[in-house]
Design a binder for this molecule. Structure first.
Ligand SMILES: *Cc1c(COP(=O)(O)O)cnc(C)c1O
Length: 381
């Protein structure tokens, strides 16, 4: 099945009992058992719920995994995956991962004895240099947030395997529509379903999947043992969003490329970060491992111009955190999404105070262009 078809017919796309084309919302916590220990596969909704299961089968299908897991948020999914590790273990972490992922490691898991080293995963030699005897995994985002840095997932997975490490990829920015890390060699994929997969700014959710049976068993155990599962209503909503992922990603990508081109040639803009631009650091690798470019464009204004004036002057782009929905959003990572990362680490990763991140949506590109141009004019006065 091709991807656009799989988005609609993958997983368990209908209700076997009634034929309903939308899997029902099984709003239930427990299930009748015929005899002691004899049931229809469901005992209690933390351990399993048919609506959630349908979504879990779908993400596994889309990412070429063998089993999927749905959580109450992206961070809950990431937390469950990091719970594979023990006190004394060490992981190598990408330097511009989602701010909340850094906070989870630095403020929660470090106290519990999980150590980590931050490197630029777009430079594989930095990963190799950070490996210690206790290292168990490499964790990365590609494209990364907010600089759209591209890491060579296939190469990293190969190096990781040679060193007995797992490769874990947060595939939120690319989505399985544009990139499938498991097929490139990664072991585990995590997602914030809140972003492109949901796509309508109406649900917070997380997903994980793997193609390794022993990891699937462990993540399944952790999902139930920690308990951060996604509820049936949100599972249904996320699945509904995923059905239109293909057409949304195609359109978003076209809009984002137009925005990146517009900004690249504008006299008030100093630097544009977009993996679809041939001048971007990782463009060649992106072209090799992705089938399209995502909808995030980051950029810096010329020195002396005010990023706050720019984002506050926008009329169609909404000043807001989050990304990946039908609405175009704008934000300043240093004071919004990435404020939990200490300034020196942020600057080292290249995330300047002036950086602006746009999540390009599905509005008409002429309106988006006009909006950006008028805000650039105001910011340049
Ligand atoms: C938003 C985001 C997360 C966290 O997901 P939540 O659903 O907000 O918990 C993780 N990774 C990336 C890349 C994100 O954009």
């Amino acid at each position: 099945m091709k991807m656009k078809t799989k988005l609609i017919h993958g997983g368990i796309s209908r209700d076997n009992y009634t034929g309903a084309l939308s899997v029902p919302i099984y709003q239930v916590s427990t299930y009748a058992q015929e005899k002691v220990g004899k049931h229809k596969g469901y005992e209690y909704s933390r351990s399993g719920n048919p609506t959630r299961f349908s979504l879990e089968e779908l993400i596994a299908d889309l990412e070429e995994g063998i089993q999927g897991f749905a959580f109450g948020s992206g961070l809950a999914a990431i937390h469950a995956v990091f719970s594979l590790f023990e006190q004394g273990d060490h992981v190598v972490l990408g330097d511009d991962v989602y701010g909340g992922t850094y906070r989870l490691l630095n403020s929660v898991l470090k106290k519990q004895g999980l150590a980590f080293t931050i490197v630029d995963t777009s430079k594989p030699e930095e990963i190799l240099a950070a490996i210690q005897p206790a290292t168990k995994a490499v964790y990365l985002e590609s494209p990364s947030n907010p600089l759209l840095k591209i890491s060579d997932i296939g190469l990293i997975a190969k190096l990781a395997k040679e060193n007995d490490l797992l490769t874990i990829v947060d595939n939120t920015f690319a989505t399985p529509y544009f990139q499938q890390p498991l097929t490139l060699g990664a072991d585990i994929v995590v997602h914030s379903g809140t972003k492109y997969l949901g796509g309508h700014s109406d649900v917070v959710a997380g997903l994980a999947t793997t193609n390794k049976p022993e990891l699937a068993e462990q993540i399944g155990f952790l999902q139930n043992a920690i308990g951060g599962v996604l509820g049936p209503q949100d599972s249904w909503l996320l699945q509904r969003g995923i059905k239109t992922l293909g057409i949304r990603m195609e359109e978003l990508s076209t809009n984002a490329m137009a925005v990146a081109n517009l900004l690249s040639t504008h006299p008030s803009v100093a630097t544009v970060y977009y993996h679809g631009l041939p001048t971007h650091q990782g463009h060649e690798i992106a072209k090799k491992q992705m089938t399209g470019y995502s909808g995030i464009v980051s950029f810096e204004l010329n020195e002396g111009l005010s990023p706050a004036t720019f984002v506050e002057s926008l009329k169609i782009f909404t000043l807001a955190e989050s990304l990946g929905a039908v609405e175009s959003l704008a934000e300043i990572p240093s004071v919004m999404t990435h404020a939990s990362i200490p300034k020196e680490l942020r600057l080292k990763a290249g995330i300047k105070d002036e950086l602006i991140r746009l999540s390009v949506g599905l509005e008409d590109i002429e309106d988006l262009t006009e909006d950006l141009l008028q805000a650039l004019t105001l910011a340049s006065m």
